[in-house]
Design a protein around this ligand. Structure first.
Ligand SMILES: [Zn+2]
Length: 457
């Protein structure tokens, strides 16, 4: 009897281990291959966000059935299955000690995720190249990540290798948290460790201080060295399997040069909205452009007058692009969905910024504000779609206010062939613009109030 009890006990332990729905990424000592192990009680159909992901699998265990380019089935219940991904294919990149892998090769998603933990197992050899790893997902501890809640629509990148990493968690009293996983992906930036932290901290704090977010957002922030003379020549937000920001940085840039560069404020401002279809890029680029200078004012990099001047200069750059492009019959919607072809970036960004400026002032006239509206949207509705169209976004924003006007204004902007007028907008915050395009502050308290109200709570 004791024997059978022991057997039963052993069996239970064994089954629990085997049935624990483990998801494990194993990187070998020299980083030439990654093994994905997936254990499950029942057969599973898994999907990758990368269209041709199954083409890159060199080997699988025997009960893995490949269905098409991005789907496979684990056919044997109560088993662990495995996939081998070699890292010398064109889908991955190895630079020195750094391996870059699309998350679509590593993350095979089952819609009924039973255990939302992804384990990363580092090699055991003392001379192994792997020191650190980073997936664009919430981190539970050094070797565990959480599956994203929403189904993924785009593969981002995971990094493995010898690089420095720091997690910054920035909280705001009313409960919005930003968790930044910062990766130094160029060795030349290591000497700038402290000033880069100080800069990123300042930018992120100015954004979190608006309380536009709700709950926790995790961002993988990848820093690369650049040879450009600009402080931050390029930065971009990527969404899909989580959220990443890539930023190229001039290693010679001083801390004050970094802090006074608008680029990273712009990228953080993008986090206020979920992913917007790139055909409607004028809405997301417009919002980031509208918020970037108020964030710099919040960070005490610009005072109110300087910040409003910068906003006006941005709008002027958009106007100049509109005049020089001279395509009078093209609508903003057309210019926005073909920015590359028409080289219409500046007017698309700044016509979008004027749109949000107009929305903000109308909301404020009714005792509300843009950041408050975005906070409500982020609380109620952000996760309803993983990709938002301009139309769906504006319809949901309108549901959050008593006097809907946003959807109609979006249509008006979409169809407009004119660069919008801004005199009235500036006048209502105590600013006039003279014929020589110089800014005049007519009502300083009004202007200060305009900037003070970039705060949801
Ligand atoms: Zn942008």
């Amino acid at each position: 009897m004791y024997k059978s009890l022991i057997l039963l006990l052993l069996n239970t332990i064994f089954i629990n281990v085997l049935w624990s729905n483990d998801y494990i990424l194993n990187i070998n000592d020299d980083m030439t291959a990654i093994k994905v192990t997936i254990c499950s009680k029942r057969p599973l159909q898994l999907t990758s966000s990368l269209d041709n992901a199954t083409h890159y699998l060199s080997k699988t265990s025997s009960h893995v059935e490949i269905l098409n380019g991005h789907q496979l089935r684990l056919t044997k219940p109560d088993s662990c299955h495995w996939l081998i991904i070699p890292t010398n294919t064109e889908s991955t990149a190895m630079t020195g000690q750094l391996l870059k892998v699309p998350t679509g090769l590593l993350l095979w998603r089952n819609e009924q995720i039973e255990n939302d933990v992804i384990n990363v197992q580092s090699p055991k050899a003392a001379n192994a190249k792997l020191v650190n790893h980073s997936l664009p997902l919430p981190k539970i501890n050094h070797d565990q990540y959480k599956w994203p809640k929403e189904p993924s629509f785009m593969s981002l990148f995971a990094y493995f290798g010898d690089f420095s990493q720091k997690t910054l968690r920035i909280s705001e009293q009313s409960g919005s948290n930003l968790s930044l996983q910062i990766n130094w992906l160029s060795k030349t930036l290591d000497s700038q460790y402290d000033s880069l932290i100080s800069w990123i901290n300042q930018v992120a704090r100015s954004f979190v201080a608006t309380s536009v977010l709700s709950g926790e957002q995790t961002v993988q922030l990848n820093l690369f060295a650049s040879h450009s003379s600009e402080s931050v020549p390029f930065a971009m937000v990527y969404r899909g399997e989580g959220t990443s920001i890539d930023a190229q940085i001039n290693p010679q840039a001083s801390l004050s040069q970094l802090k006074t560069d608008w680029t990273l404020y712009h990228e953080f401002a993008h986090l206020a909205l979920p992913f917007i279809d790139r055909n409607d890029a004028w809405l997301s680029e417009g919002l980031a452009s509208y918020l970037q200078y108020p964030l710099m004012q919040k960070a005490s990099v610009l005072d109110e007058r300087e910040a409003i001047e910068e906003l006006w200069h941005g709008i002027r750059r958009g106007q100049t692009n509109y005049q020089e492009l001279s395509k009078p019959n093209l609508t903003l919607a057309q210019l926005s969905s073909n920015m590359m072809e028409f080289r219409s970036f500046k007017q698309v960004y700044w016509r979008g910024a004027i749109f949000w400026f107009q929305v903000d002032l109308k909301l404020r006239a009714n005792g509300d504000s843009l950041v408050r509206l975005l906070n409500r949207f982020n609380r109620c509705c952000r996760d309803l779609n993983s990709i938002w169209q301009g139309e769906s976004l504006s319809a949901v924003l309108d549901q959050q206010i008593d006097y809907p006007f946003i959807q109609q204004l979006v249509t008006q902007y979409n169809n407009s062939t004119q660069f919008p007028q801004t005199d009235r907008l500036f006048n209502s915050i105590g600013i006039s613009i003279a014929n020589d395009n110089q800014i005049k502050v007519l009502d300083r308290p009004k202007l200060n109030r305009f900037f003070a109200n970039f705060k949801a709570h």
